[in-house]
Design a protein around this ligand. Structure first.
Ligand SMILES: Nc1ncnc2c1ncn2[C@@H]1O[C@H](COP(=O)(O)OP(=O)(O)OP(=O)(O)O)[C@@H](O)[C@H]1O
Ligand SMILES: [Mg+2]
Length: 271
């Protein structure tokens, strides 16, 4: 394999991680939408407190795979998932599993910010109340403040908590959605192209936030932007036509990929 030479993103320094603990693991994951197969047996380990990026051409199955990690595919009619997915070694597809609780442990942030049609305060308070994490007003106030602090939004909204979440800018709304996810004490945060609807300044804020959050959470994100993967991800996994072609340190994937398909993608030869 020749080293890629064209417009290859250079991996940026990120928060150092020292864990090698597997947080989530998938083995032989296949996904079908009716008769059509979207994933062909994905084996992946996601390491605790790392940021892992999923990259690859449109339609290769990145979002489908992400949704397997917190059973969001259950909500799609006709979608069937085979194989094993574990969180801390426990099967998340076990029939006895509480899916609502799972989706608090493994939260998801989507491409388009989607605040509830409620106040900024209520956007954050809703989840902790639902899960019984905070009952009294003072406890809720504390969760709301600390979640907004962690999402880097507190300073901008602390004097307008009663205003609608939808009154915020796109970048602020996305940080609100991240705060909402954080509020229910997740262990893993999934993000599906979290910056693709944002301008470069809002994107930079979210990227910095992702780096900070990875100290406390494990993060798996889909991105179309290879520079973004290089900036924020410790590991990068390349998907192609329903397969995961390779995964490794972001540096290595972008400078010395093992597979020709990865090489062609990162050098812009297809996709
Ligand atoms: N709800 C659905 N019903 C039927 N087929 C679907 C559904 N969602 C995805 N697919 C199909 O599964 C395959 C993988 O799609 P997926 O959305 O996971 O790709 P992706 O890599 O996230 O693409 P993009 O980069 O465009 O977001 C595609 O062929 C797509 O058409
Ligand atoms: Mg997608």
């Amino acid at each position: 394999m020749t080293t890629a030479t064209v417009a290859v993103p250079k991996a940026a320094p990120k928060r150092e991680t020292h864990s090698s603990q597997v947080k989530m693991s998938t083995r032989g994951v296949k996904v079908f939408y009716g008769d059509s197969q979207a994933l062909y047996g994905i084996d992946l380990d996601i390491i605790e407190n790392e940021v892992i990026a999923f990259i690859g051409p449109s339609g290769c199955g990145k979002s489908t795979f992400l949704r397997c990690l917190n059973r969001m595919n259950d909500t799609i009619t006709g979608c069937r998932v085979e194989g094993d997915v574990t969180l801390d070694g426990n099967d998340i597809y076990a029939p006895s599993l509480d899916v609502v609780l799972l989706r608090a442990q493994v939260g998801i942030v989507f491409q388009k910010p989607n605040p509830f049609p409620k106040s900024i305060y209520e956007n954050i308070a809703y989840g902790p109340r639902l899960h019984g994490l905070a009952k009294r007003r003072a406890e809720l106030d504390e969760v709301v403040e600390s979640s907004l602090q962690r999402a880097g939004l507190w300073g901008e909204v602390k004097d307008r908590l009663d205003q609608p979440g939808t009154s915020l800018s796109g970048g602020q709304q996305q940080r609100l959605c991240i705060a909402r996810t954080i509020a229910v004490s997740p262990e893993v945060i999934l993000m599906d192209e979290p910056c693709s609807a944002l301008d470069p300044i809002a994107t930079a804020k979210i990227e910095q936030l992702i780096d900070e959050l990875s100290a406390s959470y494990t993060i798996a994100m889909v991105t179309h932007n290879m520079q973004q993967a290089a900036r924020v991800a410790h590991k990068t996994a390349f998907f192609h036509m329903g397969d995961m072609v390779e995964v490794g340190d972001t540096d290595k994937i972008f400078t010395n990929p093992r597979d020709q398909r990865t090489h062609d993608y990162i050098t812009g030869r297809f996709g």
